[in-house]
Design a protein around this ligand. Structure first.
Ligand code: NAD
Ligand code: IPM
Ligand code: MN
Length: 355
């Protein structure tokens, strides 16, 4: 078997500042992995005349998986390619507080769950139209009798296919079973707006509930997504695997991130049947670009998820443990964590805990 090939997309704004040290550390942990950096965004626009050149698409296709920085706009078409063309249907966002993380919560040690977010559908496939066209669309409620067809305005559509909801539900159950074996409660919690969207979120609710009922060792819980948002703050200890639609998962992942100490700390992994890509939950942090202070933790932890995907579990734990030891020591912290360490300085501190 040939060694794995990873495509690296540095991304926009401040993202490359965390990507470069991450790739360096991953290389040192597993020298046999081949990392191939592909041009993207503004730089690619200059060198190749497009933010998403063919060579980049080919590099993504040729690789076993992709490590993606973050897009601040220019690299967005690449993100869509990674999601929709590679059909990475599930966006997995672990939410775990580690001693040393500067959390605004009173008892952050209770926070240890995973968000399983739809990565393809909901309101993301951009289909918008004019309110004048609303009369032609069926309504699932008799309460809102008259669409404002005589007004100027637009609507957006939300899309949920049975196939996608089913595989999101299946993934959540498998994850909960795996976590159950590791001592977690085996609880799947759905957050959705089934009260007002019977055909999309209502159907999602039935599908997830039915999927969980196939596994007697798992328990099922559901909350309307607005109440779910409160629970992330009020009772995160009750959560194990949280299933959310695309836009709800996007928003609540940032809330969750806030509870452990911020976007600098939250990794994610997106899996499909045949492909995966890894990116931090945060964006390109344009306000930090060029300052050398962006926190590399989220990117590094996304790198650890990549190592797991490729089967280098031991090296993934080594990396997580080095990060954990650095925070636990607390002698040096990144700026967003109330410290003074720049990106390089903090990465160097992590390196002292690596073999
Ligand atoms: P953002 O996540 O880039 O930044 C929000 C805030 O968090 C900023 O104050 C930023 O400085 C801070 N922050 C983010 N990451 C940090 C880190 N690693 N260390 C320290 N502080 C960090 O979100 P935004 O400002 O709303 O969006 C900026 C751009 O990023 C937008 O174009 C947005 O669409 C895009 N975005 C991309 C992705 C992605 O590619 N996966 C994800 C989210 C946002
Ligand atoms: C995320 C981001 C993306 C999303 C943006 C960049 C399109 O916010 O991955 O959380 O909304 O999914
Ligand atoms: Mn987001």
């Amino acid at each position: 078997q040939s060694p794995p090939l990873v495509c690296v997309i540095p991304g926009d704004d401040a993202a490359p500042e965390v990507m470069r040290p991450t790739v360096e550390i991953l290389r040192s942990l597993v020298p046999e992995i081949r990392f191939v950096e592909a041009p993207c965004g503004r730089e690619a626009q200059v060198t190749h005349g497009t933010p998403f050149p063919d060579v980049t698409r080919e590099a993504i296709d040729a690789a076993d998986c992709t490590l993606f920085g973050a897009s601040g706009g220019p690299s967005r078409p690449i993100l869509w390619y990674l999601r929709w063309n590679k059909e990475t249907y599930i966006n997995v966002r672990p939410v775990r507080w580690i001693p040393g993380y500067r959390s605004p919560m009173l008892n952050p040690e209770r926070i240890d769950y995973v968000i399983a977010r739809d990565n393809l559908e909901g309101m993301y496939p951009p289909r918008e139209g004019d309110v004048a066209e609303l009369d032609a669309l069926p309504s699932s409620s008799s309460w809102w009798l008259a669409p404002p067809v005589d007004k100027v305005g637009a609507y957006s559509l939300k899309v949920s296919t049975d196939e996608q909801m089913q595989r999101v539900a299946t993934y959540a159950c498998e994850l909960a079973l795996k976590r159950l074996a590791a001592g977690y409660p085996g609880r799947v919690t759905l957050g959705a707006k089934y009260s007002i969207q019977p055909r999309t979120d209502g159907r999602f609710r039935s599908i997830v509930k039915e999927a969980v009922s196939q596994h007697p060792e798992l328990t099922y819980q559901e909350f309307l997504v607005d109440d779910m948002a409160r629970r992330l703050v009020a009772s995160p200890e009750s959560l194990d695997v949280l299933v959310l639609g695309n836009e709800h998962g996007d928003i609540l992942a940032d809330v969750s991130s806030g509870t452990i100490g911020g976007l600098g700390l939250s990794p994610s992994a997106c899996y499909g049947e045949n492909y995966a890509y890894f990116e931090p939950v945060h964006g390109s942090a344009p306000d930090l670009a060029g300052k050398g202070i962006i926190n590399p933790t989220a990117m590094l932890l996304s790198g650890a998820l990549l190592l797991d995907y490729l089967g280098y579990n031991e090296q993934a734990r080594t990396l997580e443990s080095a990060i954990q030891q650095t925070y636990q020591a607390g002698t040096l912290l990144p700026v967003d964590q109330g410290g003074q360490a720049g990106t390089t300085e903090f990465v160097n501190a992590i390196k002292t805990h690596l073999p």
